[in-house]
Design a protein around this ligand. Structure first.
Ligand SMILES: Cc1cc2nc3c(=O)[nH]c(=O)nc-3n(C[C@H](O)[C@H](O)[C@H](O)COP(=O)(O)OP(=O)(O)OC[C@H]3O[C@@H](n4cnc5c(N)ncnc54)[C@H](O)[C@@H]3O)c2cc1C
Length: 389
């Protein structure tokens, strides 16, 4: 039988899980190639812990070799073009052809689309920005910290709320909470809107109980670094001493520039199989846009990238080897919501449920916090645990 090749484009959560599962399921003769611009990957769910100094960037980063193992070929370089008709990936000036293509390129962060934002604030969605936010927090004796979401839709919709709650707990431990105001100003109308109104009420209740100010539904349009002020689309201006922000997201440039780009530049994929309209080409994780019954897209989160990768790997292996059974992504997801003081809430449910997602958020507990820590430690050691079905 001839050797076949799968190219997994992107070595984030979805790409790593897809490649690892395929390596287990396919014949050793079949080649699995993973392409990424980076030689290492940070575990993003740990970034809120960088903000409070509970982790360092190096402690939450692993080499791709650790994450992928030896029997997966890694090609380092910038993906500049995707041709789903030919199943061809252009990496720098090289062209790689595949029998199957799995696009797992995530979302691109675009802070520069809000003038002044990057010059004044710290990007909570990259390791360097979260680390710089911690250094700035350590310097702050009094004043106002604002956690800002600079666009209404972003990956891990819990993260800015978790970050605000972790900052609150850290300031209390430092004995500085009375001197420092903590506020969340959000572009979205409620916390985690795709999870349904009950989750929004629960999370805003948690913020209120911690005396974290919360103003939803306000879109920042401009930041004035010299004045330390944020200008919003309703004309109001907010003064800020320390700003941590979630930047606007967009689909990666090579996706936007390809025929794969659908609405808003994201890739439309079958909600169950993640196959695109191009045979043998799949898209998983943050790079996709999957509409829900509510009209909102499925949130961008590692848990979905992981489960979708499992499904694509199982189906490809079934098609190529005849072994196993076809699988379908059913919309289930779960997430930890760190609330500070070594506790986390745990939300889980089915985002494909109709007419509305059935998501339940459990009371914060130490067990949930340690569940997240355990997952982090295993992932960074290259141990990919299966998620419940
Ligand atoms: C602060 C924070 C906290 C989070 N917490 C959670 C959480 O608790 N639970 C959860 O489920 N999710 C969480 N997430 C979201 C989660 O990290 C993402 O949803 C997940 O990583 C998406 O996986 P992915 O494979 O689609 O993309 P990514 O993991 O982003 O991987 C994309 C890969 O593609 C590569 N790439 C992109 N463009 C190119 C190019 N042109 N050429 C070469 N390589 C390229 C990148 O280098 C990257 O390695 C969090 C995210 C953040 C930022």
């Amino acid at each position: 039988m001839p050797t076949r090749r799968v190219i997994v484009v992107g070595a984030g959560v979805g790409g790593v899980v897809a490649a690892r599962r395929l390596r287990k399921l396919l014949s050793a003769r079949d080649e699995i190639v993973v392409v990424d611009r980076a030689a290492e990957a940070a575990f993003a769910p740990s970034f809120p812990w960088l903000v409070t100094g509970a982790r360092t960037a190096s402690a939450v980063t692993a080499r791709l070799g650790t994450l992928l193992g030896r029997s997966i070929r890694v090609v380092h370089g910038e993906v500049v073009a995707l041709d789903p008709v030919a199943r061809r990936v252009t990496v720098g000036d090289r062209e790689l052809d595949a029998d199957a293509l799995i696009v797992a390129l995530g979302a691109e962060l675009a802070p520069e689309t809000i003038p002044g934002l990057a010059a004044f604030g710290h990007n909570l969605y990259d390791a360097a920005g979260a680390t710089a936010m911690h250094a700035a927090l350590r310097q702050l004796r009094s004043g106002r910290v604002v956690i800002l979401t600079a666009a209404p839709a972003y990956k891990c919709p819990a993260a800015p709320y978790e970050t605000a709650m972790l900052i609150d707990a850290w300031l209390r431990r430092q004995g500085r909470r009375a001197q420092v105001e903590v506020d969340v100003i959000a572009a979205e109308a409620a916390p985690m809107p795709a999870a349904g109104p009950a989750i929004g009420v629960a999370v805003s209740g948690m913020l209120a109980a911690k005396r974290i100010g919360y103003t939803p539904g306000r879109q920042v349009v401009h930041v004035n670094p010299a004045a330390g002020s944020l200008q919003f689309d309703d004309g109001r201006v907010e003064q800020v001493d320390l700003l941590g922000y979630v930047p606007p997201h967009r689909a990666p440039g090579c996706v936007r520039g390809s025929v794969l780009a659908g609405a808003g530049g994201w890739i439309a994929a079958d909600r169950a199989t993640l196959e695109t309209t191009f045979p043998g080409v799949y898209a998983i994780g943050d790079v996709t846009s999957i509409p829900l019954a509510s009209g909102r897209p499925l949130p961008k989160a590692g848990v979905f990238a992981h489960r979708q990768a499992d499904v694509v790997a199982a189906n490809l292996a079934h098609a190529w080897t005849g072994r196993g059974a076809p699988a379908a992504f059913d919309g289930h997801g779960a997430c930890f919501v760190e609330t500070g003081d070594g506790r986390a809430g745990y939300g889980a449910g089915n985002f494909y449920a109709e007419p509305a997602p059935g998501i339940v958020l459990r009371q914060p507990s130490r067990i949930a916090h340690w569940g997240k820590v355990a997952y982090e430690r295993l992932w960074l050691r290259g141990i990919v645990v299966g998620l419940p079905g």
